[in-house]
Write a protein that binds this ligand. Sequence first.
Ligand code: FAD
Length: 455
Amino acid sequence: MSKKNILIAGAGPVGSLLGIYLARAGHQVKIFERRPDMRRHEIPAGRSINLACSDRGFRAMADAGIADQVREVAIPMYGRVMHSVAGELTMQPYGKSDQAIYAISRSGINEELINGADAFDNVSLSFDERCVHVDLDKPSATFKNLHTGAETTIEADVLIGADGAFSAVRSKMMLRDRFNYSQHYLPHGYKELFIPGNPDGSYKIEKEALHIWPRGDQMLIALPNLDGSFTCTLFMPFKGKEASFEALDSQEAARAFFQEVYPDALDLMPTFDDDFANKPTSSLVTIRCSPWVHEDKVALIGDASHAIVPFYGQGMNSGLEDCRIFAESLAEGGDDWHQILQIYQNNRIANANAIAELALRNFIEMRDSVGNPAFLQKKQLEKKLASMFPERFVPTYSMVTFSHTPYAEALRLGDEQEVMLKQMMEKPGLFDDLDTPQTEAYLSETFATWEQRNR
Ligand SMILES: Cc1cc2nc3c(=O)[nH]c(=O)nc-3n(C[C@H](O)[C@H](O)[C@H](O)COP(=O)(O)OP(=O)(O)OC[C@H]3O[C@@H](n4cnc5c(N)ncnc54)[C@H](O)[C@@H]3O)c2cc1C
């Protein structure tokens, strides 16, 4: 295979991991990043400081040889703990007893990935360099140094835009004929709040769980950090007379609202007033586009090609999976980069659109359904079916989070399963006792009929 000069814009998790894969394949890789080198500077505020990494992300990192370092600094979350207004707690496991999603610091994982890329002689990393111009046909990109203002144009055989949701590389592709693009903002924004650890470093609430305060049109979540603290995120409409960021326009209003709606969380937040007033309120966007590639010269990857809302915890995971599939496409396409890029985008676009849809749906599930009795019954039934047919019935959440089933297939199968679950739940008395021989026979029969239709 001939070695190429590959230029990557963006050293986020995705650009860095792709750099590792390309370097391992022997290519010369240059990565240019707008921000300072985060290994030497504090990360800028404004984006969530921790996130959930799951099987797809770990597999992609394992294939590139760096999953172990990342797992060492991650906290397993085996389920979600729901907090009612009255302060009652309910735990719902995410999957089987050994299955977990992992809370990890955003900068921590990014640094590991940057270090991983930096370890290769055939990778060079440049920071404080913002991509300001792109020539798709050469291809080349021009970067402006944020200290000196100097502009440098780098030519390459292949240019990869891994420069996030507001990608400069994608902006240039958008000017081309027949480029499809949509961006959709939720009416909700988010703000980060903080629960510190105890003085001895222990946790004030259950450590190995993702905490959710579901409240209908809004919710609060909390993910653990290694030092005993939790980073919380409040998701709430921007506009509206009562429960909205617009309405909570003073310290008193915000505190009174939390006292009423999230009293147990407020008790754990000594810096609430400052945090609410000073942390930014950020927006949530879904971006879909196609094509993701231009001839044999340019490709988009990660958030640059598919930004999704965070409610399935899959944005970064799907971007890391993009890298794994990109590497498979490299192996399959040989020296033909037109072919390589086509294989990559043919594999990914439908899957990216599917996880975008699943993530939007999961917002409703998290903020609304997780506390409602019919939803809890459905979870109980899913658990029963998963125990009766361990290899054959996999709940949608598990397919997305704990498997490598393509997202589009998980979406399709999940929708089919939903129809079956609904049918089962309509049977009078089903939940009186799911373990009776008669009920098990009914579940077996209905499941077998469903399976015949759908496999
Ligand atoms: C509130 C919130 C919570 C989230 N939680 C999760 C979660 O739990 N699990 C999960 O998997 N995902 C989560 N995500 C999504 C995740 O953050 C993103 O999907 C992931 O960061 C995408 O990685 P990336 O490398 O593609 O893009 P980014 O992380 O955005 O990195 C892009 C890089 O490109 C650089 N860049 C941008 N423009 C330029 C330019 N012009 N020139 C040079 N460099 C440039 C940026 O500085 C950045 O370093 C969450 C997102 C949000 C907003």
